[in-house]
Design a protein around this ligand. Structure first.
Ligand code: COA
Length: 179
């Protein structure tokens, strides 16, 4: 059985077993703390009856741009619980929440080699908009920028204007973390 609930501060100490996956981006404790304080209702965990964390998502609302949107900073499901729909549930919860807040779209970044995540996002309606060159600095790799229009975007401009091109982006800052 899996239950889904809002992430709490003490959950941060239970995430270690999940973060050793190559595709899981790991941020500092101060970053996660700040994130939870600011966007507590937008981060969720999937939990087993014994309290084990099966997966988590860190989402946030971005308002300092022309169109308010949701951004997914991190999503991970523990190895033993993959392909069971946990990632889909976490993604859908965030998407629904941010849609009800009146956001225009949800976006996220992923390593180009992360085909599992790419398939998950594609299946959920995310569209590959552009490729960001050398986006990941630690183990250098390009990133896909994917976006899903929400119900406020009646004409689906977030997707119809999609263009796939390569460009170099400013390096990552703590304010615009990527996954
Ligand atoms: C990507 C990830 C979050 C998927 O979580 P999950 O709980 O296994 O995903 P779901 O069970 O909801 O899968 C939904 C769909 O996504 C696609 N998918 C998921 N994993 C896949 C894989 N390994 N290969 C191909 N397609 C995959 C499938 O279409 C799947 O539907 P199906 O099982 O009916 O075929 C998980 O593999 C993970 O944590 N990976 C490591 C961290 C990571 O990459 N995070 C994302 C960074 S951008």
């Amino acid at each position: 059985m899996t239950s889904f609930r809002e992430m709490r501060l003490d959950d941060l100490f239970k995430l270690n077993p999940l973060v050793f996956d190559y595709f899981t981006e790991v941020y500092s404790l101060p970053f996660f703390l700040q994130h939870l304080i600011q966007w507590s209702s937008q981060s969720q965990v999937a939990e087993s009856p014994n309290g084990q964390i099966k997966g988590y998502i860190f989402g946030k609302t971005v308002t300092n741009c022309p169109k308010t949107h949701g951004h997914i900073c991190a999503l991970t499901v523990a190895q033993d619980y993959r392909r069971l729909g946990v990632g889909t549930c976490l993604m859908n919860h965030f998407s629904k929440f941010i849609d009800q807040q009146g956001a225009w779209y949800v976006n996220l970044f992923l390593r180009c080699s992360n085909m599992a995540a790419y398939e998950l996002y594609r299946k959920l309606g995310y569209i590959h908009r552009r490729t960001l060159l050398d986006y990941y600095p630690d183990v250098p790799e390009n990133a896909f920028d994917m976006k899903k229009p929400l119900s406020r975007d009646l004409q689906k401009q977030s997707s119809t204007l999609a263009v796939i091109h390569s460009q170099t982006e400013p390096k990552i800052t703590e304010n615009e973390q990527q996954i």
